[in-house]
Ligand binder design. Structure first.
Ligand SMILES: [Zn+2]
Ligand SMILES: [Zn+2]
Length: 536
């Protein structure tokens, strides 16, 4: 079993969680898409790997400048306030990032400039003059999403970046579009921009996808292959904006980097930063070798940024970077069977959830019912029912009935039941395999089955009768259940870290591990509080 694991001969694990964009609060759908990254990070630390788990806030770009204008603030103020909010939400959700940074971070900015310059010097970024919509009245080039036009596909008025009908206006559709700021018609004016020559990397990316796609979920495979089939386009990497990272090339002082390129490079800069801070060797994690593994965790709207753009940038750097092998893309989380949409206002922010519920329960639900291969549904009613039935009634009950057994003062020095011991050992192996196969729902179900077996064992043994009739049997039963609870605190650590810590404190277990352990014999039991509260 052990040597069948994908990670068996790897030492270094790098996990990148997608970078949330700083113009709106995090909702539970975001967390559903990102939580698998934390499960992986915690699990791999537990089994003794060297883990780096990074993410950060995406701070630049037009939507933030528009929001700032509307709220009469600076883009920096908007980005900062969301960054603070995101960082707090992740912390309260027990995300164990080694670094949660932001694209406004000085280190990121300086490193990105170097990386950009390198790709330019390597000939993957080149200059091109283009005609672009310009507003004579505002005296500026107008970004796509600040343009208004009639959608050629559905006939409704739309912004220049994307119509509600799904149509993406092409360059020729934008001729004569209206400037949203002042209402005047734009003119076409020559503009010098830099472009990334993705097409030059088409073959190499195809090879990379072919080699790694068996590690990806079907959505990542399909989306990527569709994109590749259309032929990789050249993509503008500069734009006329005031808010963003400067272009480190002469002649582009009036422009900033397009968000998509610098935010994706954030994985590299964040990893470099944490290595620098901790005196680790960056190359162990991100250069091509047999000792490391890399995961990218994101929602389905972000697939090609990770399967095509990121590998393209890494290849364009020509510095023997490793390309990410594992893509963990999730589908959408619907609320009450409807898509989360700002216009419907049906989203639930993660802060709203945290104000009312325990973070472990939120994590448990979002992982156990996560949108792994298809959209999944969230309703408060289902959330409450699941948490009460699976966490409180099963796991919580097993802990309580074992450690709060009437009159029990210390963990008895019993012998662990062989069948339960074998089940525990089997569960470690099964959950390992599920996590490494990116089957997190399955992993949660496997641990739940072990809890159920524990409760069944308890009921069959009837310790309340054994206590009177045969004290040795009673001791064995309680010791077996206490040992099971100790192991559950290990197994649940990637999923419910807060309660796992509480259980370890109660049982006087130091660090979590990923192997069969036994409860401390004759340990005095005191201060056992219910770990979970029933949701009313
Ligand atoms: Zn349309
Ligand atoms: Zn204008």
């Amino acid at each position: 079993m052990e040597n069948k694991l994908k990670s068996s001969n790897k030492k270094y694990i790098l996990i990148g969680g997608a970078w949330p964009y700083a113009n709106n609060s995090l909702h539970i759908g975001h967390i559903a898409g990102l939580i698998s990254g934390d499960v992986l990070a915690r699990y791999y630390r537990q089994i003794g790997k060297n883990v780096i788990y990074v993410s950060g806030t995406d701070c630049h770009g037009t939507p933030i400048t528009l929001r700032a204008k509307k709220e009469n603030k600076t883009p920096k103020e908007i980005a900062e306030s969301y960054h603070k909010e995101f960082a707090e939400c992740f912390k309260d959700m027990q995300f164990s990032y080694d670094l949660y940074t932001k694209t406004e971070d000085e280190f990121h900015i300086e490193e990105v400039k170097k990386l950009f310059k390198k790709m330019y010097d390597n000939g993957y970024i080149y200059e091109k003059k283009d005609l672009q919509p310009y507003c004579v009245n505002c005296q500026k080039f107008v970004a796509d999403r600040e343009l208004l036009l009639t959608c050629p596909s559905c006939g409704n008025q739309t912004k220049g970046d994307m119509c509600d009908c799904g149509y993406e206006p092409k360059q020729e559709d934008l001729v004569n579009a209206v400037c949203q700021t002042c209402g005047n018609k734009t003119v076409q004016k020559e503009n010098l921009n830099l472009y990334l020559l993705l097409g030059k990397l088409q073959n190499k990316i195809e090879e990379y996808v072919e080699k790694n796609k068996q590690n990806w979920r079907p959505s990542s495979q399909n989306e990527t292959e569709k994109y590749l089939k259309e032929g990789l386009p050249e993509k503008a990497v500069t734009r006329n904006l005031d808010w963003g990272i400067d272009i480190p090339i002469e002649g582009f002082e009036d422009k900033k980097m397009y968000v998509w390129i610098e935010a994706v490079l954030g994985y590299i800069t964040a990893c470099k930063k944490i290595c620098k801070e901790r005196g680790l060797n960056f190359e162990d994690y991100w250069k091509e070798n047999d000792n490391n593994m890399m995961y990218m965790v994101h929602g389905k709207d972000n697939i090609t940024f990770h399967t095509i753009i990121l590998p393209a940038l890494l290849l364009a750097l020509e510095e023997n970077y490793k390309l990410p092998e594992y893509m963990v893309a999730t589908q959408y989380l619907n609320i009450n069977s409807e898509k989360i949409s700002k216009s419907k206002g049906n989203g639930i922010t993660i802060r709203q959830m945290l104000d009312e519920f325990d973070s472990d329960m939120i994590r448990y639900y979002l992982i156990g019912n996560g949108p792994e291969r298809k959209d999944s549904n969230f309703s408060l009613e289902e959330f409450k029912l699941t948490c009460n039935a699976e966490i409180v009634n099963k796991y919580g009950n097993l802990i309580n009935r074992t450690l709060k057994f009437k009159g029990l003062e210390k963990i008895p020095a019993g012998i662990v039941n062989e069948k339960i011991k074998n089940l525990i050992q089997k569960t470690y192996d099964e959950v390992s395999k599920s996590i490494e196969d990116l089957e997190f729902r399955k992993a949660v179900a496997q641990i739940r089955e072990l809890v159920e077996e524990g409760n069944k064992f308890y009921e069959e043994r009837k310790p309340w009768e054994e206590q009177k009739e045969n004290i040795n049997d009673f001791n064995d039963t309680i010791y077996t259940c206490a040992t099971l609870v100790a192991n559950l605190s290990n197994l649940y650590e990637p999923f419910m870290p807060k309660s796992s810590q509480k259980v370890r404190d109660m049982l006087n277990i130091g660090k979590s591990s990923w192997e069969y352990i036994e409860a401390n014999k004759n340990m005095k039991i005191e201060g056992v509080e219910p770990i979970f509260n029933r949701i009313k």
